[in-house]
Design a protein around this ligand. Sequence first.
Ligand SMILES: [Zn+2]
Length: 603
Amino acid sequence: MFTPSNGVLGFRGVAKAMALRSPIFFAGAFLALAIAYLTYFNITLRTDPVAAENRFELLLAADAPRRAAPHGERALAMRVRNGEDTEDVAAFKTRVAIAQIKRNNYDRGVDLLEQALLSTWARNLDIRERVRLQDQRARAEILAGDLESAVAVYASFIELAGDAASRGGEDDADSLNAYYAEQVAGARALFTEALNHTSTYKPVSRDPTTKLATANHMAALGSFYAMRDEGAYAAAGMLSTAYQIRKSVLGGDHKDTVRLALILGPIYVEMGRLDDAEELYLDAFHAQEPVKRSNSPDLSLYLKLLAGVYEKQGRMTEAQALYEHMRRIFQDAFGGQRYAVNRERDRRSDVNRPVSQYFLLDSGYAPTDLVSAAAYSIPTGKAPSIDEMKLRLAADNGNDPREANLPARLAQLVSLCRSESGDSISLRSGYRSYETQRILHQRNGRRGTVTPPGMSEHQTGLGADINVNNRFMRPTDRSYQCFEENAFRFGFILSYPPGNDYLPGEDSHEPWHWRYVGVQTAHLYREAGPYHKPQEFLAALPCYQERAASGYFPAAGEPDICLTQTPLLAVAASAGDTPQPIGEKDNSARILNDAAGNGRSRQ
Ligand SMILES: [Zn+2]
């Protein structure tokens, strides 16, 4: 058995056997050999690029980037000295860059990746490999404090991601589009940290054109993060920086500056930054005044947003004044009896029924007045003859006057916003039957990207997914602002605002999905309905109509009786349907909800 003591004895035994030599001799010889070896080793590392490169890889693999990097740099220098050209060393440069970034030498890492990316070698790489290198470089840029370069890279990724950046439904999770979106999502934490210390980032560049480009990139990124879970902080940093840049370069009243208020404002409110939200909405309102006149119903959106902020701040008198001002605007524009006469007609034509996971449509529900959108001059994103390019006529009265129906009004809205924004706008998806939705869901449901049948507004033929420049409409689009301000005048509302729970899954914010409810109902929703709660509003519609027709006006800060009186929700249902009160899911909805899992987006 081995014990420490006999081990020591054993060593002594050996020492005794070699006692002819002096111990000093052994020590000296060992030292000489060690020096010789180390000298040789060092000389080899200094003269042989292969040895240096091996040493570099070994240390990098051992997670010792601080020690690895100098060997990498030396190997690189030797290879260049030995006559290798840029192409030969491009791949190795990306390896050395990793070590430099890991040892916090970000500038050098960025520099090396930059050089490598400029090579033919990089251009011939598999696209995903190249994107990965671009991502690495951009991440190093964030760490180096060069946010302007980094946001440019990720903004270009958002463009390349197309629909996948809008959480778009049809894209396959393994697609290149989704890969681009994934890289952008992956940079969120770094951006959050980089924008953490100051409320707004100050761009280094002084040139107005470059500054504006940075603002555009940051707006795109901010909007991207705003649509995702836990993205509020990164979104606020990006969007407030973009807002400040545009304000200083273009002015506070420029349309592009104002546009950000609609995305940034709700984030501020969510974060409790109410003073900032107030300033944004006030700026947005005053900026539009000269163009639209202060008593324009279009601007009521900003009044409503501002009143909501005042309510949250406890400034009830100011909130009340705004609500009353809004009411006068609507009264002047649309008349005193504006809601009384239309109640019966809207109910009969069934354009205002709620549809969600709480209000299911049965498999037999199908509209009988579908028409081709193209016949009404609505630009279509798919073959005009297919069912998906159809919408309900939903005429105000049966004999279809050309202007008083869904497709004619959508055509007007599209035409208005196309000329206001310069964007190309088209219908991406209109009617989808229960069966079509069932098949789509069966095919994609496991990934949770398609709404289960019976919950989709597309089955009613009243919902329209809108494409801008051949991808889903985004909140940063000029045309989106136009829709937000004007859609209600044509009978359309945004069906899935931020934070809604109308569909199974986490957040089903869909800035591209607009739904027809009829002109009067859309007006009422804007004038007196709860902000960004369209389904709750539709479910309690008779209550809101009753209130409007009787001239009753609730005080600011009072609980909304229409939202809290559950018995009224039953009245809201169209004939033959038993709706579930909002917030109390029935069993079938719950089953579908569980089955759909964590759906991120849908069609
Ligand atoms: Zn849709």
